[in-house]
Ligand binder design. Structure first.
Ligand code: MN
Length: 389
């Protein structure tokens, strides 16, 4: 029997790569629904090719566009916006839903799917950074599996046989484009230099986060929720080649790591096919001899202060991580618009974070409210700073 899957965010970087994987696994999977954002043209191309039953456009219905002209294939039901995502994530026909959108938009569909007992392949780290306690608790109550797509967490998932025997999680970081550049180089970095990631091809927001190492900070929080480890037992190590995707250390000192070429196809395929493995999109065998050597080093926390801030936010808990995430995201957008410098992202996020009054054990609505007010405050701070300059 084919496994039934829906993709939330099919036109983004992870979504497109997921469809490349699924194209090779047509005898294993049936695509039930595709949901995209503003790139309606690509979404319609995908719909024609993969023939899902439901297609959701990332806009409310009032903005209805001429999709009838965009697609000659009419075999699907057209859905719109948040309501459409709700319908997709309530459809119990799905065996698994791949949540591949970036940002806070991933949280509600994930909760909806969990409510309906549908397993999740999770590529959206904000879901756990914003509301990890609520999401993991609900998943446990409903017997829902959350399989990580993020390459580091996918690696850890593969390395853990008996979680009670594991002492420590070791998350690797490529270090991004400024690893061996000076702090001054980093302070004057252009958007173009920042978006040139040496190892991974990803969306713009996550690529900026990789340059500041905020991405690693968010991944530490993600790991804490996914695997239930205290922050003291999660380490970060810089590994520029991105061959070791992460590792776990067992009680007896044994370390098990997962290795592979840096391609998101492998973790995406693992997450949707778990516990099975298929040849799928594999094009090349791994060669130790070709790689020759692997380097590891401690992160430079002076150059990459976000890692420490994320640990601090994680340990505080409650709405602290949602606040940090929202402030960072707004500052990243301002950087991408050319309004602030790369280093300002940290300064702004830190200031907003320090002013935040943390709510412990928040409800989902309180989390969304903190997210919203934090974004407003961050934008205000940015606008005022620009005015001063
Ligand atoms: Mn990652």
């Amino acid at each position: 029997m084919k496994r039934k899957i829906s993709i939330i965010g099919s036109t983004g970087s992870i979504g497109r790569q997921a469809l490349e994987v699924l194209e090779k696994l047509q005898d294993k999977f049936e695509i039930i629904s595709l949901a995209g954002g503003s790139n309606v043209e690509l979404l319609m191309e995908q719909a024609e090719k993969f023939k899902p039953k439901y297609v959701c456009i990332g806009k409310p219905k009032e903005d209805e566009i001429e999709t009838s002209e965009a697609s000659s294939y009419k075999g699907f039901k057209l859905l719109y916006g948040a309501q459409g995502l709700d319908e997709i994530c309530s459809n119990k026909e799905n065996d698994i839903i791949l949540v591949a959108v970036s940002g806070k938009i991933g949280l509600r569909p994930t909760l909806k799917a969990i409510d309906n007992g549908i397993d999740i392949a999770l590529a959206n780290k904000e879901t756990l950074v914003m509301a990890g306690d609520i999401v993991m608790k609900k998943a446990k109550e409903n017997g829902v599996k959350i399989i990580p797509v993020d390459s580091e967490h996918c690696a850890i998932h593969q390395c853990i046989k008996d979680i009670n025997q594991v002492d420590k999680l070791i998350i690797t970081a490529s270090g991004g484009p400024f690893l061996h550049k000076s702090i001054d180089d980093m302070k004057n970095a252009t958007v173009e230099q920042t978006l040139k990631h040496p190892r991974w091809n990803m969306g713009r927001k996550i690529t900026v986060d990789s340059a500041t190492l905020m991405n690693k900070g968010l991944e530490v929080i993600e790991a804490h929720h996914l695997f239930g480890f205290d922050y003291e037992n999660i380490d970060v190590v810089v590994h520029p080649q991105s061959i070791v995707h992460s590792a776990v250390e067992y009680k007896d000192g044994s370390v098990i790591a997962q290795l592979g070429l840096p391609s998101m196809h492998i973790p995406i395929q693992y997450a949707i096919s778990y516990p099975e493995r298929f040849e799928g999109i594999k094009t090349k065998s791994f060669s130790f001899a070709e790689i020759a050597h692997l380097d590891f080093e401690k992160p430079d926390y002076e150059k990459f202060p976000f890692v420490k801030l994320a640990y601090r936010a994680g340990k505080i808990g409650g709405t602290a991580t949602a606040c940090m995430n929202a402030a960072n995201e707004e500052a990243v957008f301002a950087f991408l618009r050319g309004e602030i410098k790369l280093f300002n992202i940290y300064e702004i996020t830190k200031q907003i974070f320090d002013e935040h009054k943390v709510i412990q054990n928040p409800t989902i609505d309180e989390i969304f409210e903190v997210d919203e007010t934090t974004r407003e405050k961050t934008r205000e701070l940015i606008v005022n700073n620009i005015a001063i300059k």
